[in-house]
Design a protein around this ligand. Structure first.
Ligand code: ADP
Ligand code: ZN
Ligand code: ZN
Length: 730
């Protein structure tokens, strides 16, 4: 009788023992067990011979999914590392990353279908073995040699008479039929030809290639439009020449993937490319995952969560826009997909490429210290595409009317006359319009959060952007009775209305979370802009990234000032990255671009660095500031968050947590608990406790001792708490 040590999706930092009556169960296998009274899916982590529990108390597993390949050892190892590092229960870590279908107690398999490929004998024989005049034979032989496996549908596009030809090849021992699983690979189309790399790009590709396929972290710092994506694709071309090797490409956010996907598909039409992100349906996600695991997928492109996708034979991990905050998971296991990618690369001994126009200060610092290797692309890939001119518009002198200054308005008019496009960028955080009473300065608050309600003019409603609470706009001020309530601040809807009035001929398109909710909205928006059906785009962060609009020559930045002086020490890093990104939208092709930033603080060093497109200078000054303030990356942090409907139990829990930390106190700094800026969120009273350490090791050592003590604290089930290692928000 063997004992299976099983990980289950329960909030306990331990594994559970079950008996096994079947044979053939391996580590990594999915099993179905009974936990309490409930059936649950688990993953076998170890097969052992004795248990801390008396044998007669152990239950037998209900079934094992032995027809499926078990989770590979390296994936298990990575996940267990993350469970330790991020202080998250092992079972929830493991089960949490599986596609939803695999968390259900059903067998999971790919539908099988037949495909054909050349055998080693066929490859050795080569096309010369076929007479010149047998053109159909030659054509089919050629196609079979171009892809990992070719499906009937693809062969049909060559000739409906392919079957006897392929049969002949099989009889000769030149080709073979194989069973492929999963949805059909897209048909091979003509491969988009790669542009010749410019010298900087060449140097970059050659340097990475020459360093060999061993672990190295490359920080590819290249201004927007410098051809980073092109560099990735060239790297993959080389790597994928070796059969079976795979690449994992991480991208920040769903709205980036359609563009990137089509570029990759056009370049690698004969390789199976799998997309993995949360907007795919469950069976697509399952099939993508299984095809990555069985090695069929040669390129996996995905968002944050796909960093855990099992790969049969990984060759490289690419993290595009590595600074992007969406790589950090903000609930459950609060991991950073970029950091996990690096850990994964280290474990697999393969290179990791981090790409960005505005690297995170953490990565920049690592490059300065020599832990990462820096590669730089200083020029735009298309030589005619100059960097945009960046100007500030001093809003102290002339207050902008309805949010738009005179200079910006004139610039918009000029673009309209010339038939060029403009983009108005609003930083969503903090600039949304609120309802303000002009008599008593009352501002509509959310009753459940320490936040103000945002005006949605179109629907004539107020909405909380933190908890979703909604109500109608009150007819009069609830505080003083004044009926004269006005929206203030510039939301996207407000700006759209103002512009529509002042530029009635302009075709305006608003791009924000509300208008882009529908499934293909982003794709349609992109198409509209490319077809020149839009004159002015108004948008938030969503517009700042990735899009390539050749006719866009003006970017107006409406308001940034509160981010300049935010209490969050990362705010200026984010603002700089965001403005660089959004500035990168202007003048992508032949036409030069202009960026106008409205601000009350035109002399702020951030704008000076931005005007010179000088990330390095800005990063150096921020790193200096952080060094003096002893902030990350000059220290390492963990944040304990606690919340409850009443503040009293939160206070009590935090006091105990702090005491426990002090009793342990080794070489970490323990701060006093404080209330975050959002004291109340979704009806919960919140408090934070920050831990800092000089090294990761010291922090980890402390957490390994402290968090188990927290788990044993009685809180009467009232207080919810979590630990955030390397937090990015406070
Ligand atoms: P990034 O990822 O750095 O923003 P991209 O790889 O998207 O840059 O390149 C920007 C634009 O320049 C794209 O349209 C791309 O096709 C083009 N491009 C990139 N490299 C070259 C090159 N060597 N020659 C010509 N065009 C290029
Ligand atoms: Zn009032
Ligand atoms: Zn709220």
């Amino acid at each position: 009788m063997t004992i299976l040590r099983v990980a289950l999706d329960v909030p306990l930092a331990r594994l559970f023992d079950y008996l096994d009556t079947q044979s053939g169960i391996q580590v990594g296998q999915r099993v179905l067990v009974t936990f309490g009274r409930r059936p649950m899916v688990g993953i076998v982590i170890a097969i052992v011979t004795d248990s801390d529990m008396p044998l007669e108390k152990l239950k037998t597993i209900t079934r094992a999914f032995t027809d499926e390949a078990p989770l590979p050892a390296d994936t298990l190892r990575l996940l267990r590392f993350c469970s330790d590092y991020y202080q998250y229960p092992v079972g929830q870590t493991l089960l949490g990353v599986l596609p939803p279908r695999l968390r259900e107690g059903e067998p999971a398999a790919l539908p099988l279908r037949t495909a054909y490929r050349l055998t080693p004998a066929g490859i050795a024989a080569g096309i010369e073995a076929i007479p010149k005049r047998a053109s159909l034979q030659r054509r089919i032989f050629e196609v079979l040699g171009q892809a990992d496996a070719v499906e009937p549908a693809a062969l049909n596009t060559i000739s409906s008479g392919w079957r006897p030809v392929v049969k002949g090849f099989i009889e000769h021992g030149w080709a073979e039929a194989i069973e492929l699983a999963g949805p059909a690979t897209p048909l091979p189309t003509t491969t988009a030809t790669a542009p010749a790399l410019n010298p900087e790009q060449q140097h970059t590709v050659a340097t990475i290639r020459d360093a060999g396929e061993t672990f190295n972290v490359w920080l590819l710092y290249g201004i927007t439009g410098s051809g980073k994506t092109e560099v990735y694709m060239h790297l993959l071309e080389t790597l994928l020449q070796a059969p079976d090797r795979q690449a994992l490409v991480l991208v920040p956010e769903i709205n980036l993937t359609p563009q990137l996907e089509s570029r990759f598909r056009a370049r690698f039409p004969n390789h199976c490319i799998v997309m993995l992100h949360s907007q795919m349906n469950e069976s697509e996600r399952l099939h993508g995952w299984l095809r990555a695991q069985n090695g069929e997928a040669r390129i996996v492109i995905g968002t944050r969560l796909s960093v855990f996708t099992p790969l049969a034979n990984p060759a490289v991990i690419i993290v595009d826009e590595e600074h992007d905050s969406s790589y950090k998971q903000q609930d459950g296991m609060r991991y950073s997909a970029r950091d996990v990618a690096i850990m994964r690369g280290k474990m697999a001994n393969i290179p990791v490429v981090l790409g960005s126009a505005t690297p995170s200060l953490e990565s920049w610092h690592n490059a300065q210290e020599g832990r990462y290797r820096l590669l730089t692309l200083t020029q735009r890939a298309v030589s005619s595409a100059a960097l945009p001119d960046i100007h500030t518009v001093d809003t102290r002198l002339v207050r902008p009317e309805d949010g738009i200054s005179d200079s910006l308005f004139k610039a918009l008019e000029k673009r309209l006359e010339r038939g060029e496009q403009s983009l108005l960028f609003i930083n969503r955080r903090g600039y949304s319009p609120v309802i303000l009473c002009s008599a008593c300065a009352w501002i509509a608050p959310c009753t459940r959060c320490s936040a103000r309600l945002v005006v949605h003019l179109r629907q004539r409603r107020l909405r909380c952007h933190h908890c979703g609470h909604e109500q109608r706009i009150p007819p009069q001020c609830p505080s003083c009775g004044n009926p004269d309530l006005h929206p203030t601040g510039h939301g996207t809807q407000r700006l759209e209305e103002v512009l529509a009035q002042r530029l009635p001929k302009a075709r305006i398109l608003r791009v924000d979370r509300d208008s882009m909710r529908r499934k293909h909205a982003i794709k349609e928006m992109t198409a509209q802009v490319h077809a020149n059906e839009v004159d002015i785009l108004i948008g938030t962060q969503m517009l700042a990234k990735g899009h390539d609009f050749p006719n866009l020559t003006l970017v107006g930045v409406i308001d940034t000032d509160s981010a300049l002086f935010s209490p969050d020490f990362r705010a200026s890093e984010r603002l700089f990255a965001q403005l660089m990104q959004v500035a990168g939208r202007a003048g992508r092709a032949e036409k030069p671009g202009v960026v106008l930033i409205q601000t009350n603080f035109p002399d702020h060093p951030l704008f000076h660095a931005l005007q010179r497109h000088d990330f390095a200078e800005f990063a150096a000054s921020l790193l200096d500031e952080r060094r003096m303030a002893h902030f990350p990356p000059h220290c390492h942090e963990a944040l304990l968050r606690a919340e409850a409907t009443d503040y009293t139990p939160v206070r009590a829990f935090m006091a105990k947590a702090q005491q426990l930390a002090r009793d342990l106190a080794t070489d970490v700094t323990i701060y006093d608990p404080v209330r975050p800026q959002m004291e109340r969120l979704k009806g919960m009273e919140r408090e934070h406790l920050l831990i800092q350490a000089d090294t990761r090791k010291a922090l980890q050592g402390f957490l390994q001792a402290w968090v188990p003590l927290l788990r044993n604290l009685p809180q009467g089930g009232k207080v919810r708490w979590s630990v955030d290692v390397d937090p990015s928000e406070y």
